[in-house]
Design a protein around this ligand. Structure first.
Ligand SMILES: *Cc1c(COP(=O)(O)O)cnc(C)c1O
Length: 231
């Protein structure tokens, strides 16, 4: 059995190798450790080693995690299906909300963040897979959301996030990642004000190599770091 630290290191090795194969620098990639359902001790132990980016996909789990870990160097990412009425519970501590999929959510983040005078980094989640249970906005909605976001003050749009079809077939996921990147490129002219489309959050345990080949700047990895989940 490998330890948590060993698994984390081996994910970093996978990222390095993928970057070198793709002619990219590993400095371009942020690894977000997706700790959902795993004990706080695992998160704390990685923090002790100096790893700081953590992701949760349920609002309540993120709140509990931020509360019980209480670490000021941790960078917290919300990556799950976002209900607008849960935003107020996370704005005090969350650093990134990766799963904004409608204007109403942008508006709520702005309202809550302005009340506490705190900037929140967000990504717009776009639906890139054919599986209809995956959330995210339709590509046609992107430009409207970005134009709206330009004038926000506390809500900083830093890029796009996408979830590929759940499969280890790279030829299924590759066109989905290509789609996300081309959507980003097509909307770069909307950079300005609070919009700066620098990041592409794509790639998980099964498909991080393909995602890096296709331009990912953030990979969200759970299983390969923390082990299988029991659900
Ligand atoms: C669980 C989850 C991940 C990580 O998935 P693994 O396959 O365990 O690496 C990434 N992104 C989101 C949105 C998730 O919910």
């Amino acid at each position: 059995m490998s330890t948590l630290q060993e698994r984390y290191k081996s994910v970093n090795e996978r990222i390095k190798k993928a970057c070198s194969d793709a002619g990219r620098s590993p400095d371009e990639i942020t690894l977000v450790a997706v700790s959902k359902t795993k004990p706080d001790e695992d998160v704390i132990s990685l923090l002790r080693e100096g790893y700081v980016h953590f992701g949760e996909n349920r609002a309540r789990a993120l709140e509990d995690r931020m509360e019980s870990v209480q670490n000021t160097s941790a960078v917290w990412h919300f990556i799950g299906n976002l209900q607008t009425n849960k935003i107020k519970y996370m704005v005090h501590r969350v650093n990134w909300i990766q799963s904004i999929h409608k204007k109403k959510a942008l508006k709520e983040v702005e309202k809550r963040a302005s009340e506490i005078n705190r900037e929140i980094q967000v990504l717009i989640q776009v639906n890139i897979s054919e599986e209809d249970q995956k959330s995210g906005c339709d590509p046609e909605q992107l430009s409207g959301m970005l134009k709206y976001a330009q004038d926000l003050k506390y809500t900083k749009v830093r890029g796009l996030m996408g979830m590929a079809t759940f499969t280890d077939d790279s030829e299924v996921v590759r066109p989905e990642f290509k789609l996300l990147k081309s959507l980003r490129d097509e909307h770069l002219h909307l950079n300005g004000g609070s919009v700066d489309l620098k990041h592409l959050s794509m790639g998980m345990t099964n498909d991080l190599e393909v995602a890096i080949q296709e331009g990912s700047t953030m990979v969200r990895v759970g299983t390969a770091i923390f082990g299988e989940r029991n659900y």
